[in-house]
Ligand binder design. Sequence first.
Ligand code: SF4
Length: 463
Amino acid sequence: MSLADRYAQLRGTDRVRERTLFVSPQVPSELELQARWFAGDFGNHFTSTAGDEIDVVQFGTWNREAGPDFREAAIRINGGDPIRGCIEIDLLDRSWETHGHATNPAFDETVLHVFVERGDREFFTRTKSNRNVPQVHIDPAVLPPAFSANLPLARPGRCQAPLKGLPEERVCSVLDAAAQFRLRQKAARIRHKIESRGRDEVLFQELAAALGYKENKLPFTLITQRLSLKSLREAASDIESILFGVAGFLHIADLDVYKKSTREYVRQLWDRWWPHRDALQRLILPGEIWSFSSTRPLNHPQRRLAALAMLARDWTHLQRASAKSNVGAAKQFFQTLNHPFWNFHYTLTSKAAPKKMALIGEARVADILANVFFPFWLAHDLDPSGSLAKNVWTEYAKLPAKLSNRRLETGATRLFGSDPRQKQFLKTVANQQGLLQIYEDFCMEDNSDCTQCPFPEQMKKWQ
Ligand code: SF4
């Protein structure tokens, strides 16, 4: 049985067992309150302000982005099925209204509002979609004296203890198995898409999604769905202008808003966009679909879009590089991408940078290799039994990890906690992808705060 098959068997196991775990974080004021809530110091059984019995079955993870304090939490109301969503904690009950949560779509998935101080008037918590959110009152006076620890992104899970006692090879073997399973799933998904849409169009769309990264994956995908590679290449010298036009980045008619050094470039974009504008008017994306706030300047969507234009323009070279199933050839292709404007600018309105910047940086290339090229290569080589081609896996397993993200950090905390080998376990892309798979299959499926999760027991049996 292949490693991927063994992992598939492991994730299919029924949930069993019971036990609890704990780590206590702390910081002052509202943050301390949240930390102690998260640590379970207030318990997990409450009565809501409306008289319902509320059980917190999963405290979730700390939210680092806009929105409620905790994500991926789960509660039960009156013993019903677990309801997954976010939890918001405020000092005052009315903060729900005064902080604007009621009209903020980022709070739409909130399943519980926790507060300390009750106001004089009766108060309802509603989301933007007009759903009532149960409220729970907590009393800090019941807490034992202060405690100390660092604020973790997530609590270590029940599997931390057994994993800590396992030899490194055994932990890596499980991570490999989960990574092989994940890669195989991606390859199968891509093969399926290729059957209906053709290899080039699918590759173009996948590359666009990777260039959009997390924040702008949707607009990038929409652009390549609305503008096929074939149609773009038919207007070869206008590719960049059409992409910028449909992205909605060329709507300002006044060139004076641009820096002097930029005006000539923008004018060229416009001149080539106008002849297409009427025909493509209905495909132009609305401005609000783009996210600019949480992206690093180097990753600004305008730079990424220019990179996508370069890929479409140099498609024949890209095809050659990607056909070789060779990491070196693929990297070489990305390194040779050059653009006289975007090698020196972050956005259309930024001033020129003193030093040349890669159009697609090393970390993004690593991500494209792991999430686009390798699954594509494997999509060709998957045998009917679904086994991975050995050479593809051997190369994949060598890819060094260049990026991290919130989900990975959360998964690492939950599975490895304070294990000093944590860094070692996540040195490669394959190990990171394996951890993500386990996190999604077990942690995100768990509604029992680890007590019913079968992963720790399965790990003990893994040979
Ligand atoms: S849910 Fe399972 S895999 Fe996740 S931390 Fe808890 S015991 Fe570990």
